[in-house]
Design a protein around this ligand. Structure first.
Ligand code: BG6
Length: 513
C-alpha cells in the first residue's frame, strides 16, 4: 500500500473549521487527569495551531495557589507528559499567558460568583465573547454541586452554537447504575440542553476506533459478510498489564464492569454492530449506535451468572517483576470482592446479528496490554483438503486498537511443496508504517471537537441509559450471588479458569494475541 509521507492537514487537503474564541474552565485543575491528559492535549492542539485564536484556560480547584504557581506546575506536567519532547517556547508562552487559577471549593456559591466576574473580565481583556467550556474533571460526587452552582450563578448560556455559547464536558462514570445514571442526566439536563453536553468516552477519540466505521463503510468488501450468515462470533478484548496503581479507592467503588464495559467496550460493540448511518453527523451516528444498545439481550439472575465470569488478580509476575495482588494494593480492602476481570457473552437481538455471540473480556494485570476486536467467520461449508484438515482454520479479521495499531486477516494458504497442506497466515496492515505522521491522541481529538461544537464522538443521554439498562441486572445478580473465591487469577496470566469455561462451553476458545 502506498504510504502518504505528509500530514494531509498540512498539505491543505482537509478543510479545518476554525473554533470560536472561548474560555475553558477545568474543575479539578490539580487532579491527575488534568495534568496527565487534558493540559498536554491542549498544548498539543496549540502546537498544531488548532486552538482558537483567542482563548483562556481557568483551573478551578480548592487548593490554595496563585496563577503563577499553577503555571509552573502545568509547565512541569507538560514536560513530563508530552512525550519527552522539548516544549515549544512560543506555544507554551501563548498558552501560559492565557492560563489562570481560580481557588474555590465546589460547594461555595460565592466562589462561582467570583468566577463569573473573572470570566466577564476575561471576555473584555482577551476578547473571549462569552463562550465557555466547563470541563468536569473531578470525582463524580462533585458533579451535582458544580452543575447546580454554575446554573445558579448564571454562568450557563442557553446556546451550544451561537455565541455566547456554553458547553459542558463530563467525564465518566455517568452514574453507578441505571437509576443514578438517570438522576445525573436529569440534573445536568436542568441547566444544559442535550446538545450542550459532551460526555467523554476517550475510546471514541482513538484513531483506530474511528477507523471501524471507515473500514466498514468505505470498503465494499466487508459489509456483505458482516452479519449472522457469515460471522461465527465476535471477540473483544481489552487486556491491561497494569494493576490499579494508586486508584485503589476509585476502583473499589466501580470494578471493571463499570470501569471498562459499561462505556468503552459497549461503544466498541455499537460501532462493530451498528447499521450504516444516513450521514456522519452527531445524531445520525448516535441514532444507529443506540439501536444496538437497545437490542442487547438483557440477562438477569441465574442467566446473568451463566453469561459472565468474574475475576480478581492475586500476586504474580509481570515483565519479569514480582507484583502484588489486588487486595494488597493501596486503598483496597484486604477482603475486597471487587472484580478486576470480567468475561461475558452477549447477544445483539436483531436481524443482522441473531444468534451470533459477542464475547467480551477486560482485565487488569493480564499477560499483556492489548485491545482488539476479532471477527471470526464461519467454517467453510465443505472441506476439500482432507489430508490437511488440521491446517484449515476459519478466517479471522482482527482490528487491533492498541498498542501496535493494525488490521489483519487470517487466511488459509498452501504450504510450498508437492503435498496440498494448508496453513493459516496473516495479511497485515500496520498503521505505524502506512502513514508517516503521528496521529493525534484521543483527548486531543475530543477536545478539538468540543471547541468546534461537534458531538459525534461523545455519548448521548439515551446511549448511556441504554448501556446501564443492560449492565444493571448483571450488577444486581452479582451482588445477590457470592463471587468466586477471590483472588482467582495470577497477575501476568490470561485471567481465571471461569472465563475459559464460559467460552469453551460453546465449543469456542479465547484468542491469545
Ligand atoms: C479508563 C479506565 O477509562 O481507561 C482505566 O478508567 C483504564 O481503568 C483506561 O486503565 C484504559 O485506557 P487506555 O486508553 O489505556 O486503553
Amino acid at each position: 500500500m502506498a504510504a502518504h509521507p505528509e500530514n494531509p492537514l498540512r498539505r491543505g487537503l482537509v478543510r479545518t473549521k476554525v473554533a470560536d474564541p472561548c474560555v475553558i474552565v477545568v474543575f479539578g485543575a490539580t487532579g491527575d487527569l488534568t495534568h496527565r491528559k487534558l493540559l498536554p492535549a491542549l498544548y498539543r492542539l496549540g502546537r498544531r495551531a488548532e486552538l482558537p485564536a483567542r482563548y483562556a484556560i481557568v483551573g478551578f480547584a480548592r487548593r490554595e495557589k496563585t496563577s503563577e504557581q499553577f503555571r509552573a506546575e502545568v509547565e512541569a506536567s507538560l514536560r513530563k507528559y508530552t512525550g519527552g519532547a522539548e516544549l515549544d517556547a512560543a506555544v507554551w508562552q501563548s498558552m501560559s499567558d492565557g492560563l489562570f487559577y481560580h481557588r474555590s471549593s465546589f460547594e461555595d456559591p460565592a466562589g462561582y460568583q467570583r468566577l463569573r466576574r473573572f470570566l466577564d473580565e476575561l471576555d473584555r481583556t482577551r476578547g473571549i465573547q462569552g463562550n465557555r467550556v466547563f470541563y468536569l474533571a473531578t470525582p463524580p460526587r462533585a458533579f451535582d454541586d458544580i452543575v447546580e452552582h454554575l446554573g445558579a450563578a448564571g454562568l450557563v448560556q442557553p446556546s451550544s452554537e451561537r455565541p455566547p455559547w456554553s458547553r459542558l464536558v463530563v467525564e465518566k462514570p455517568f452514574g453507578r447504575d441505571l437509576s443514578s445514571g438517570e438522576q445525573l442526566n436529569e440534573l445536568v439536563g436542568r441547566f444544559f440542553t442535550e446538545d450542550q453536553i459532551y460526555r467523554i468516552d476517550h475510546y471514541l477519540g482513538k484513531e483506530t476506533v474511528q477507523n471501524i466505521l471507515v473500514l466498514r463503510f468505505a470498503n465494499g468488501l466487508f459489509e456483505p459478510v458482516w452479519n449472522q450468515k457469515h460471522v461465527d462470533h465476535v471477540q473483544i478484548t481489552v487486556s491491561e498489564d497494569l494493576g490499579v496503581g494508586l486508584r485503589g479507592d476509585y476502583f473499589e467503588e466501580v470494578g471493571i464492569l463499570r470501569d471498562m464495559v459499561q462505556n468503552h467496550m459497549l461503544q466498541l460493540v455499537s460501532l462493530v454492530a451498528m447499521e450504516p448511518p444516513v450521514a456522519l453527523d452527531a445524531d445520525a451516528v448516535r441514532d444507529e449506535k443506540v439501536k444496538v444498545l437497545r437490542a442487547l439481550r438483557v440477562v438477569e439472575g441465574q442467566e446473568a451468572l451463566r453469561h459472565t465470569a468474574r475475576g480478581q488478580y492475586g500476586p504474580g509476575w509481570i515483565k519479569g517483576e514480582r507484583v502484588i495482588g489486588y487486595r494488597a494494593e493501596p486503598r483496597v480492602a484486604a477482603d475486597s470482592i471487587t472484580e478486576t476481570y470480567v468475561a461475558l457473552k452477549l447477544f445483539v437481538d436483531n436481524w443482522r446479528w441473531a444468534g451470533v455471540p459477542f464475547y467480551l473480556r477486560a482485565g487488569k494485570r493480564l499477560a499483556k496490554r492489548v485491545t482488539e476486536i476479532a471477527i471470526q467467520f464461519k467454517d467453510i461449508p465443505h472441506l476439500l483438503f482432507s489430508d490437511s484438515q488440521a491446517g484449515v482454520a476459519p478466517n479471522v479479521l482482527v482490528l487491533r486498537i492498541q498498542p501496535d495499531e493494525a488490521i489483519s486477516l487470517r487466511i488459509g494458504c498452501k504450504v510450498p511443496g508437492p503435498a496440498v497442506a494448508v496453513q493459516p497466515v496473516r495479511m497485515e496492515f500496520l498503521y505505524g508504517s502506512a502513514f508517516g505522521f503521528e496521529a493525534p491522541e484521543a483527548y486531543e481529538r475530543l477536545l478539538r471537537d468540543v471547541l468546534l461544537g461537534d458531538a459525534t464522538l461523545f455519548t448521548r443521554r439515551d446511549e448511556v441509559e441504554a448501556a446501564w439498562r443492560w449492565i444493571t441486572p448483571i450488577l444486581e445478580s452479582w451482588s445477590a450471588a457470592p463471587p468466586p473465591q477471590f483472588p482467582n487469577y495470577e497477575a501476568g496470566s490470561w485471567g481465571p479458569q471461569e472465563a475459559r469455561e464460559l467460552i469453551e462451553a460453546d465449543g469456542r476458545a479465547w484468542r491469545y494475541p
